[in-house]
Design a protein around this ligand. Structure first.
Ligand code: HSE
Length: 321
């Protein structure tokens, strides 16, 4: 055992383990009306990540997928998150990360957040859980900044906390876990890529007061509906008058998906994160399957490749495996 590992072993959270593997989940940010402040984690797809202590200073990244992501830690989402963590670990020289992504970058279901959240949760476990979940969100936001140009936590917080989370503030961090009722989530990913940075750039910087009032009503209604397990209120509140009208133009079939899926019983839904994925919420699995069929029919007709996911809300967040 080298000196560093010998020094670190008493800190190890899991019987002196030298590496930790995690499944880091996809997430849905915004949840229609809660731009940058609401998100939930999904029970799949997940990225597979393994972290170990390294004698090399800094972060070494080994990609085991076909996405050609940068391995320079400062330009890599996982790397930036781990560097932020390393700054607060004077006793650690470096980490090696093996990353096998299954969540496509640019899909709108929190690919960058999975890359940022998973490694810091894994590294924290390796170091005996010395940091709080809030600290881990703080580190992971450095990764999100690499991806989208700004720090936002509406994918990262649910990836780390699990469930539905409300980010009341990021400076200082104020994260509230919401006890939502059981929900089925159907996601369709039309196979085009929308970069979060581009999807943010097209947004208007000013909103009309009447639109803001409508949006506040919907966010408050959605949060109340989730807490009270009131499915009808959740459905009524899934409306976005500010972001969706601008971004939906980038997504072929968007209006059709929304209309047809609601016709077959979905509570509602909209753009997942910055798109192009679209998510719909349903009360039961049969409805979620009918929603998936509608999505498939629409993209078959349009002639655009797509992928669907039928899943539920992940209550645990990043999972040690
Ligand atoms: N809230 C972010 C956005 C999520 O919509 O730009 C995307 O990562």
């Amino acid at each position: 055992m080298n000196l560093l590992k010998k020094y670190l072993s008493p800190l190890s959270g899991d019987g002196g383990k030298t590496s930790v593997s995690v499944l880091s989940p996809a997430t849905v940010a915004n949840v229609v009306c809660g731009f940058d402040i609401l998100g939930f984690a999904l029970n799949g797809p997940n990225d597979e990540l393994t972290i170990s202590l390294s004698d090399e200073p800094g972060i070494t990244i080994i990609n085991q997928d076909d996405f050609n992501l940068p391995t320079d830690p400062e330009k890599n989402v996982s790397g930036a998150a781990l560097l932020a963590m390393l700054e607060e670990c004077p006793d650690v020289k470096g980490f090696t990360l093996i990353s096998k992504k299954h969540i496509k970058p640019g899909s709108g279901i929190g690919s960058s957040a999975a890359s940022a959240a998973g490694p810091v949760v894994a590294a924290n476990h390796l170091l005996g859980n010395r940091f709080s979940k809030e600290d881990l969100v703080r580190f992971a936001m450095f990764g999100e900044k690499v991806a989208s140009g700004v720090k936002h936590a509406d994918n990262i917080a649910p990836a780390i906390y699990g469930g539905v989370t409300l980010i009341r503030s990021i400076f200082p961090l104020d994260i509230i876990a919401i006890d939502a009722p059981p929900l089925y989530v159907t996601v369709v990913h039309p196979q085009i890529e929308v970069k979060t940075s581009d999807a943010r750039q097209i947004l208007k910087q000013k909103v009309l007061l009447k639109d803001a009032i409508k949006q506040w009503g919907n966010i408050a209604g959605l949060v109340a509906g989730l807490i009270q397990h009131d499915y009808d209120l959740i459905g009524r509140s899934l409306e976005d008058v500010i972001i969706e009208p601008v971004r939906s133009i980038l997504i072929p079939g968007f209006n059709d998906v929304k209309t047809k899926c609601k016709e077959v019983g979905a509570l509602g839904g909209g753009i997942s994160g910055s798109g192009p994925s679209i998510f719909m919420l349903s009360k039961d699995e049969a409805t979620a399957k009918a929603v998936e069929n509608e999505m498939k029919t629409i993209y078959e007709r349009i002639g655009l490749d797509y992928q669907t996911h039928l899943t539920t809300i992940n209550q645990e967040g990043v999972r040690i495996v």
